[in-house]
Ligand binder design. Sequence first.
Ligand code: ATP
Ligand code: MG
Ligand code: FE
Length: 349
Amino acid sequence: LRILGIESSCDETGVALVQTQAVGWPRLLAHGLHTQMRMHAEYGGVVPELASRDHIRRVLPLTEQVLAEAGLATRDIDCVAYTRGPGLAGALLVGAGVACALGASLGVPVLGVHHLEGHLLSPFLSADPPEFPFVALLVSGGHTQLMRVVGVGQYELLGETIDDAAGEAFDKSAKLLGLGYPGGPALSRLAEQGNAQAFALPRPLLHSHGLDFSFAGLKTAVLVQSKKLPTDEAALAQARADLAASTQAAIVEVLLKKSLAALRQTGDQRLVVAGGVGANRALREALNLACARRGVRVHYPELALCTDNGAMIAMAAGMRIAAGVDTPIKRYAFDVKPRWPLDAIAAAA
Ligand code: ATP
Ligand code: MG
Ligand code: FE
């Protein structure tokens, strides 16, 4: 079965082709991505209407590019998957509309996929895929959750952020440091030159509220510190790097401690990290070290597949079909769910 996957929930248009296998999980044939980051950077955040319009411009050329790369034609597509939610309604509708139009014209079934399930299963695209069960740390721009994953489609929420997501904490702190949008990667680069002990920043809920997170207070603390930075040029440069390093250290410590607590709680020996913040080097180093000490295996998506992409949507669809939890049907309703909690996935299907 060859599955075309389309991602358009936010500010990246992603298209990919996977092929199910007789044994094991589906294999990625090709994928293409267009990020709108530069378009939105000017506004300091994603502008929904601009996002929708750009998805319309990009999705068909990307589909042609991916088919060409795989050496296939549209008639070789057996199923079309798209991101059904959560995300921006207008942006989601573009992917859903294209998927259903393609499905209807080719006479093949379509399947709406949960965006976070895509992130969660993205490590299965790596050379060293995980095995079930595992604890998943989902750290993206809009979500920070710990989930217990028993199998495809079986997700139990263990804890989540009560305010900002980890990616948001990176981005908002980066903005305060004048690093542009989305500033997570830039903050992480600046942090390499800084001293993480220079500023004592809060680690909200580190020892309370079970497996829930809170990052809003950290952002406020960074705001306060960013107003007291020295004016001397050399001292300012060092202080900014120190503040970046201290911010990153605070986020990483919370994510690490809560992940370890989740592993203790479930008794699992595997941790899967997914979402854009999963690309962060300091986080990977901290998790690798702590997990190695405890005999826990950690799995990540490939660096390029941590943030939004089509491969994870095609893969999630392929895994749902391969595991028998979904049978795609020839119904072209192009429905989207802009708000859709991952642990409600079975009930909502
Ligand atoms: P969601 O999936 O919750 O709807 P999203 O799709 O916008 O949100 P992702 O694409 O998974 O989120 O991730 C984007 C986030 O990851 C941004 O906040 C970005 O700053 C952050 N990010 C990406 N790379 C890094 C990095 N190296 N260090 C820290 N943060 C990073
Ligand atoms: Mg994005
Ligand atoms: Fe995402």
